[in-house]
Design a protein around this ligand. Structure first.
Ligand code: BGC
Length: 775
């Protein structure tokens, strides 16, 4: 763990330049607005270690799978969100010398990410090899108000020289993904133009045929005045630029304002893109940089109003949670149900920007409580619309009769993972998708969703489980063979408790949902039966038979559920007895050794106890937690948050706090030494859950919000805001008690420590904090 950034409640601050750490900083300081995003690369040239990254949401490329020995069922391709045209570029030349910080003596350097107002600022003073000293200040953002646009204000001041400076804003579309399987470039050029103060590059993706126009417009300010700078156009393959030459005077600043736009054929006809981009450029340049920046601050103020978490007395924890909330809001805004949340968002290429079970298991709860209902609903609809492809995906693997297996990794519903051994058998994702339907309805009360969309998905998923489960003549029970649970450090195991548990839960929920839908609208149910060919009596009888006769691995002596058959045969050496020098295992051990070991990558049995906690008493949860946590290496970012919530539930506030810190500062402190290739965006929603569901103890019980708060000793107070069925609440936990403010116009009844309390509209109630919340 590194403590590289300065602790500040609203900012991430880097106070000096460490080229070794640059790729981590580029990830942490990434910007986005749900529609596009980018890593915090420098505007001017940089020849040191860097990972250039610009992304346009939903624009992907199906890169042909790379595999030594092809097996039936292997996905044809691994989809990748594309590294797109670089629109931030501004080349700077002082006389003949190119400005490149890798070649300079850096005299001072400061970069800060202003999370409150949503922009990135960088200031430095540097001395070039030829002894020229200069100062630069650069501010930029991806606009929330105009989500196809971004803007940069770049100011250079010569400190000890007078010379001709050449400033060259450019757009470079000649980009290659670092993770390209065959080192191919994924973009073709359609057109480009540059003239005067503006230009564009028009690109098309190979195979998928997405078209994107990236356009720029610029203005130059010298001596505080806009000047009519003459520029020389430059064109190369997939590249345009405009070179401006100005006589610079010592101490006199020159500012370039660069406006940029990305428009894509996802939203407009390809033939319109150039005109559209010009239209957006016209609108934003007419507003001007300062107005755009003010609108950016206002848009972020509105976001923070609904989802800020305040922590008093612990600035590191405060910075951590705000960073997570900031990144989540930058990644997904919920406006478009074709988009989803890649594990790295817009901060890197890893995981291809695709959708994983992370969305349903981790992100849905965050958006349910902090955004309008349509945001979580759009995440669910994304899967609903892909049901046909999930059925096709199951067919490819030999399933039939409308059984659906949702992909573990996808862009458009087609399975496109890159790691057959692990992801192929992680069929538990089907369970998380069903659970998200349940969770959404439990939270919002939107029962109509079940009738209109949910049940159709549940039937298809249940049909899959029925075919995937095997009758064991030996056990006289149903078993689930050859799966990979959430713990990816085991592959192809039998009777993974989590997978079997969520499968049986799905069958039960489907039966319950059928009853509800029939009651709500028999005609709609009949339509669904006709559409899916569902044979209710026969299929439900099969579901019930599996529910009655499923085998679950367990150990009676220890009183625990077994992660899978044979887990206790492993050598039981705990993580605390594993030398630190051998961790992380994924980097230090062979895969074979990992698979044979007892070590667990992330919550597995415990993930099930988290989802279905109401089905287990506290002693059962504790026995399993006490057994599995000491064997868990938390090498997935998704792990610490589930443990934080369970530890808080068990009243172990100190452990909960340790897990919270680890999840919330995972990227800021580069805990797992892997932030250089991007931030762990989906686990950031888990961090939010650690505070709200962990310390706040928030649940939905009998259609009401329920809280069992605990206050970590390190904090004087913490507060969070949630929306629930039209109401808006602010919950503050301090030594004085739990203060709940009802910010809405209607009375709301909630549960605190198990008792119902009514809070009138626009009023508040204080309840003492209970030392123990165990029951
Ligand atoms: C985790 C998976 C997760 C994926 C993407 C892996 O390391 O083990 O559970 O879905 O990352 O975040």
């Amino acid at each position: 763990m590194k403590e590289y950034f300065k602790v500040d409640e609203w900012k991430i601050i880097e106070e000096s330049f460490d080229p070794q750490y640059n790729k981590v900083t580029e990830s942490v300081f990434s910007l986005g607005n749900g529609r596009m995003g980018q890593r915090a690369n420098f505007e001017e040239a940089y020849s040191g270690e860097t990972l250039q990254g610009n992304y346009v949401a939903g624009v992907y490329y199906p890169d042909k799978t790379r595999v030594g020995w092809w097996k039936n069922g292997y996905p044809e391709y691994f989809a990748k969100v594309l590294n797109a045209a670089n629109w931030i570029g501004i080349d700077m030349k002082l006389g003949d010398e190119q400005l490149d910080l890798a070649e300079c003596e850096v005299l001072s350097f400061r970069r800060e990410l202003n999370m409150k107002e949503g922009y990135l600022q960088r200031n430095f003073k540097a001395k070039t090899k030829l002894g020229k000293e200069l100062e630069v200040e650069a501010i930029r953002f991806c606009s929330m108000a105009d989500d196809e646009a971004g803007a940069i204000k770049y100011t250079i001041t010569p400190l000890n020289f007078e010379e001709e400076i050449s400033i060259t804003p450019f757009i470079d579309g000649d980009i290659v993904n670092k993770d390209s399987n065959y080192d191919e470039k994924f973009w073709d050029e359609v057109g480009k133009a540059v003239e005067g103060d503006n230009g564009y590059v028009h690109l098309r993706t190979k195979k998928t045929g997405f078209e994107v126009v990236t356009a720029m417009m610029f203005a130059v300010v010298q001596d505080g005045k806009n000047i009519d700078a003459q520029s020389t156009p430059i064109q190369k393959e997939k590249y345009i630029a405009a070179e401006i030459k100005l006589q610079a005077k010592k101490g006199q600043s020159i500012t370039l304002i660069k406006y940029a736009v990305n428009v894509s054929s996802q939203n407009y006809a390809a033939a319109e893109l150039v005109t559209r981009s010009a239209g957006v450029l016209k609108t934003i340049s007419a507003k001007g940089f300062d107005t755009m920046l003010a609108e950016q601050a206002a848009a972020w103020a509105e976001k923070w109003k609904h989802n800020d978490i305040m922590i008093e007395g612990d600035a590191a924890a405060q910075q951590g949670i705000r960073f997570n909330i900031f990144q989540l809001n930058q990644t997904y805004t919920g406006e478009d149900d074709r988009l989803n949340i890649g594990p790295k968002g817009f901060t890197g290429e890893k995981y291809g920007g695709s959708t994983y079970w992370d969305t349903e298991a981790y992100c849905v709860p965050f958006y349910l409580a902090t955004a309008e209902q349509k945001v979580a609903r759009n995440l669910l609809l994304y899967r609903y619309k892909q049901l046909g492809k999930a059925i096709d995906n199951a067919k490819l693997l030999g399933f039939k009769d409308g059984a659906a297996l949702y992909p573990m990794v996808t862009m458009d519903g087609t399975e496109c993972h890159n790691e057959w051994e692990i992801t192929f058998e992680e069929i538990h994702r089907n369970g998380a998708i069903a659970f998200a339907i349940f969770n959404y309805i439990r939270y919002t009360g939107d029962e109509a969703y079940l009738t209109d969309y949910g049940l159709e998905v549940l039937i298809a998923i249940s049909r899959f489980w029925v075919q995937r489960i095997t009758w064991s003549a030996d056990k006289q029970q149903y078993v689930m063979l050859g799966v990979t649970g959430p713990n990816e450090y085991e592959n192809n195991v039998n009777n993974n408790w989590y997978t079997s548990t969520i499968a049986v839960w799905c069958l039960k929920y489907t039966i319950e949902a059928i009853g509800k839908v029939k009651e709500a609208s028999q005609p709609k149910y009949n339509d669904l039966v006709a559409k899916t060919g569902f044979r209710e009596e026969q299929e439900c009888e099969k579901f019930a038979d599996i529910i009655r006769n499923m085998y679950f691995a367990h150990d009676d002596k220890l009183g625990i559920f077994l992660q899978q058959d044979g887990y206790l045969d492993k050598e039981q050496i705990l993580v605390k007895d594993l030398p630190a020098s051998e961790q992380p295992l994924v980097k230090k051990w062979s895969w074979d050794r990992i698979l044979r070991s007892v070590y667990i990558k992330q919550a597995d049995v415990l993930q099930g106890l988290y989802f279905f906690e109401d089905n287990y008493d506290l002693d059962t949860i504790r026995r399993n937690y006490d057994f599995y946590e000491p064997r868990t290496v938390h090498e997935s970012s998704l792990s610490p948050c589930v443990h934080a919530i369970l530890a808080a539930r068990l009243g172990d506030i100190d452990r909960a706090y340790q897990f919270y810190l680890r999840t919330s500062r995972l990227d800021i402190d580069d805990y797992n030494s892997d932030t250089d290739d991007g931030c762990h965006i989906t686990s950031m929603a888990g961090t939010w859950m650690s505070v709200v569901e962990g310390f706040g103890g928030m649940r939905v019980k009998d259609g009401k919000l329920s809280f069992n708060p605990l206050l970590p000793h390190q904090w004087q107070a913490f507060s969070f805001r949630v929306g629930f069925r039209g109401a808006s609440l602010n919950i503050k936990i301090s030594k004085e008690g739990v203060l709940i403010k009802n910010l809405s116009d209607a009375e709301i009844v909630i549960k605190i420590y198990g008792s119902d309390i009514a809070i009138k509209s626009n009023s508040e109630k204080l309840t003492p904090v209970q030392a123990s919340t165990l029951e």
